[in-house]
Ligand binder design. Sequence first.
Ligand SMILES: [Zn+2]
Length: 619
Amino acid sequence: MDVTLRPESNSIDGKQRLTWRNPDSVPVKELQFHMYLNAFKNKETTFMKESGGVHRGASATVKDPWGSIQISSMKMVNPMDDFRPEIPLGSNSAEDLVDRITFIQPDDGNLADETVFSIQLPREVAPGETIALEILFESRLPEIVARTGWKTADTGNPFYFVGQWFPKIAVLEVPGQRYIPEDAEKGVWNAHQFHVNSEFYADFGKYDVTMRVPESYVVGASGVQMETSTENGMKAVRFEADDVHDFAWTASPDYLEFNQQWRHVNVRALIQPAHKGQAQRHLDAAITALEKYDAWVGEYPYTSLTVVDAIGGSNGMEYPTLITAGTNYGLPTWSRFLELVIIHEFGHQYFYGLLASNEFEEAWLDEGMNSYIESRIMDETYGPGAAISLGPFKLGDIELQRLSYAKQRPSSGALVTNSWEHVGGDYGKSTYSKPATVMNTLERYWGWDMQQRFLKAYYERWRFKHPTTRDLQSIAEEVSGTDLEWFFSQFVYGTAVVDYSVDSILITDKEDDQFVSRVRVHREQDGVFPTTLRLRFDDGTTEDVLWDGAERWKDFRREGTHKIVEAYLDPDFNNLLDVNRLNNRKVAASESDNSFARLAQRRAIMIYQTLFYVLSGLF
Ligand SMILES: [Zn+2]
C-alpha cells in the first residue's frame, strides 16, 4: 500500500495492490472484504446500534465524529507487474470492478451496515492461482472511537491511531479448515460485520506499506521500519510486516522514541511528552512479557515490537507487533495497570497475532487464554497485590479474574459463543475472566509441568493456522493422554457452576473412648469437579480425601479415639471455579467455631469479597 495522511481532513488516500492466492481446490469467483471504518459512518450501522454510539467510554456524539471508507476504483491487474503507486489506476485499461461491490450483512441483516462487501470477479480464479487487484480507496478517520481515529492532543498537536482502516480481504475457509468439514465441496468465506463486542479475524500475509505524513510526525507501525525519505515537507516512511494478519499505524509530532534490544527483538516505545518519565516502565513491562512468553509458550518470531503510549480511546489494544498501553480506563494509581495492560497486549502477539483464532466466533481463545497467561505473569512478577495494592489490601491478578467471574452471574454465557450474541455483561466475563479462571484451574488440576507442555504444543502445532476450541481440546488431550470431555463440556462449552460446601460435622460417642465422626458434604450446583476434603482430628493430625464431587450429598465417616474437629474442602485453593469459598470449611460445634476471633475473620472475608466484587467491575 502507498497511503497519504491528509491532516486537514483527517483522511487517508490510499492505493493498495492486493495479491491473493485461491487456497481452495475449486475455482473461486467471489471475494469478500472488510470495510470496518464504515462502522462509524452514521447512527444506523450495526456497531452504532449495538453501542449507542459509545465504545469503552469513547463517545461518537462529539462534533464531526464520523468515519468511513470508500473504494473509488478496483481493477484486476497482472500479479507479476511491479506495484507503482505513481501510475494512476485510470491508466490501466482493465475493467473497473467498483460497481460490482455489494455490501452484505451476514450477521444481522441490517442493510444500513456497510462493513463487509462481496464482489463477483469478471472471471474465476483457478485453484492455487494468484491474482492481483489494485484498489484506490479513501479512509476518513473518526474522532477516536473503538481505538481508531484522530484526536487533538493536550499539546494542541494532531494525533492519529489508524486501525481497521483499509479494505481488508476476509478469510476463505477451505474444507478441513476450522469447522468446514473435510468432505465439503468447497470453501466458505468467513466475514463478520463490525460489532461493538467483537474483535477481528483475517488471514496471514505480507504487508509492505509506505505512509506519507507531514515531516514532523513520528510514525509507528506493524512490522519493521525500512527506508524513510522526505520531500516538500512530507515524509514517506516504509514498513514491512511479514506473516501478520493486519496492519495498523500511528503518527503524531509529539511522540518521544525510546529503544531497547531484547535478543532478536527491537523493542520501541513511543511515549507522550508528559509521560517521558515512564518510558522505562513501558520497556520493562514489554521485556518481562517477552521473557515469560518465550519460556512458557514459545519463541516470539518477529524482530520488532512497538509499544505505543497512545491517547484518547486508542489505548489498550493489540495489532501485529504493535500494541497500545496507557491508562484510559481511568484506573487509580494504586493498581499496576500500566504493566498489566502492556503484559496483556503483548500476550496478544501470541493469542491473536500468531495463533489468530476467530475472535468473532471464539473470542475466548484470544482474550481468555491471554488473560490466563497475563494473570500468571502478573502474580509471578509482582507477587501478592500484583493487580491491586492498597495498603494492607492486596489482590493478585489470578484472584481478580476469579472474582470477576464468580461474582457476575456465573451460570450464564458459555465461552464458545459468538461475541455479538452475548447478553448483559457476559461478553467480558466469558471472554476474559472466566476462561482465565478455567485455565488457572486446569493448571492446578494437572500441574504446571503438564500445563506448560500443553501450551507449548498448542503454540507449536497451531501458530499461523487459526485454531479452534476443538483443536485446543485435542492438544490438551493428546499431551496428557486423558479424556477432558468432562471438563470442556462443563466449563468451556457449557455453563456449569461449581460450589461445594461442608454441610455438617456430627460426632457420636461410642464405648471405650471411641467416637464416630461423620462429615457431610454437599454439591450445591450443577458443576462437578474433583475436590480434596481435609479432615482435622482433635490430636492435630489431618487426613486428605479426594472426593470426585459427583454425588449431591456425601458422608465421610471415621471411627476411632480421635474426633474430627474440622472439615475443609479444597484447602489448598486449587479449584478456582468454586464460586463460593465461604461455605467450604466447617469446625465441629464443640470447637467454638463462633469464637470472636473466627467471627471477626469471617466478617473480614465477607468485606473483602464485597470489595473485590466492586473492584472487579473496574476492568
Ligand atoms: Zn485483550
